[in-house]
Design a protein around this ligand. Structure first.
Ligand code: SF4
Length: 368
């Protein structure tokens, strides 16, 4: 069923991502698993139809429980399941420091970032689960207006209203050509007459379907960007130049925009590399009156994420050496490894300094 070789998979990846200016091919799953409940939703049926139209093999399951999931990384990463988000999956979660609340349009991502944070948060093979019952998912949001602890009622960020983040467990733009869920959510927030904001982060650049939407400034589109030295860790995602060009297009369409600089890495000449990044963002936004925020997130890993990533990307050059890190225990009792405090202070000073030089109008939301 999953007969392609690793070599052919790698060739396809390289062909799609080689250069900044090259059009990035939208991801197409090899196989789509659809549950009966998901097919009962118009959006679910439409997702399956779009995927089939692009050449995916469609398997209509007899029961709502997912079965026959591939274990191998490369097979899982080319499988999309169209399912219904259960009530427990629809329950809103607090998501500091980004936003008041998290909700999910999907789980999983087709890209191959060797530091992927999903390795530590999602269980099981890394297939993509796209949710068909968007009306039920969005129906959970109104009850949370005014109740968050990050932006709701905050002096510094209160102007953002109650914030809802939809890219914690997926890159929603990476699969938007199959799901349509992001555009529907942006339109929903555009029509919503309340102090609310939708937020998402993406590494993808297919923003055209979003440009004409009646977003009414209620969606902040952030691009996940990094130093050029990090690009070799980001297989299956558009190059940095393509992301910056997309940033310009959404800013010109009136969206509030943002940079998610993550993960900040100890690259050779990291200081010069991040200086270059902010200079390139300034060039990309030249002449555009953008409402720009910046989120700065240093690299960290957990014993679990390190183990999962080592299995997914054997031989990766990503540094995950516990002996050069500080071990921290979170309030939930889990362990993570972060940069030592002195190094953190130096990196923060350097990055915020470069940001101030090149993008003085950008508002830093947090450093972590
Ligand atoms: S784009 Fe984000 S979610 Fe997707 S693989 Fe990369 S880090 Fe993971």
């Amino acid at each position: 069923m999953f007969g392609h070789t690793r070599a052919s998979w790698c060739r396809g990846l390289a062909g799609a991502t080689e250069m900044d200016g090259m059009a990035f091919r939208p991801w197409v799953p090899k196989r789509v698993l659809a549950t009966p409940a998901a097919l009962g939703w118009a959006a679910g049926a439409a997702m399956v139809e779009r995927a089939a139209g692009l050449g995916a093999e469609v398997v209509r399951l007899a029961a709502d429980r997912l079965s026959g999931l591939p274990d191998a990384y490369r097979d899982a990463k080319t499988t999309m399941a169209v399912v219904v988000a259960s009530p427990s999956r629809r329950r809103l979660q607090a998501i500091p420091p980004s936003a008041d609340w998290r909700f999910d349009l999907a789980e999983g991502c087709p890209a191959h970032c060797q530091y992927c944070y999903l390795a530590g948060s999602l269980a099981g093979p890394p297939i993509i689960r796209a949710y068909a019952n968007l009306p039920e998912i969005l129906g959970e949001l109104p009850g949370a207006v005014g109740l968050g602890r990050v932006t709701s009622g905050s002096v510094a960020r209160g102007g953002e209203g109650t914030t809802f983040e939809c890219s914690c467990y997926t890159d929603p733009l990476a699969i938007e050509h199959l799901t349509g869920s992001l555009a529907a959510s942006i339109a929903y927030f555009g029509e919503w007459d309340a102090p609310v904001q939708l937020r998402f982060t993406t590494k993808f650049d297919a923003v055209e379907p979003l440009l004409g939407l009646a977003h009414r400034g209620r969606t902040r589109v952030r691009f996940s960007v990094n130093a050029r030295g990090a690009e070799r860790l980001e297989g299956g995602a558009p190059r940095m130049g393509a992301r910056l060009a997309a940033l310009r297009r959404v800013a010109m369409a009136g969206y509030p925009v943002g940079l998610t600089v993550a993960p900040i890495l100890r690259l050779a000449d990291w200081e010069g590399e991040y200086e270059r990044l902010f200079r390139e963002v300034a060039e990309a936004l030249d002449g555009v009156a953008a409402d720009l925020t910046c989120e700065l997130i240093t690299h960290r890993f957990t014993p679990k994420s390190k183990g999962v990533l080592a299995g997914w990307y054997p031989g990766s050059p990503l540094e995950m050496d516990e002996t050069t890190r500080v071990r921290k225990t979170t309030k939930f009792g889990s362990v993570k490894f972060v940069f030592p405090r002195e190094e953190m202070v130096g990196m923060r000073r350097a990055l915020e300094g470069a940001l101030g030089r090149w993008l003085p109008g950008a508002r830093v939301l947090y450093w972590t």
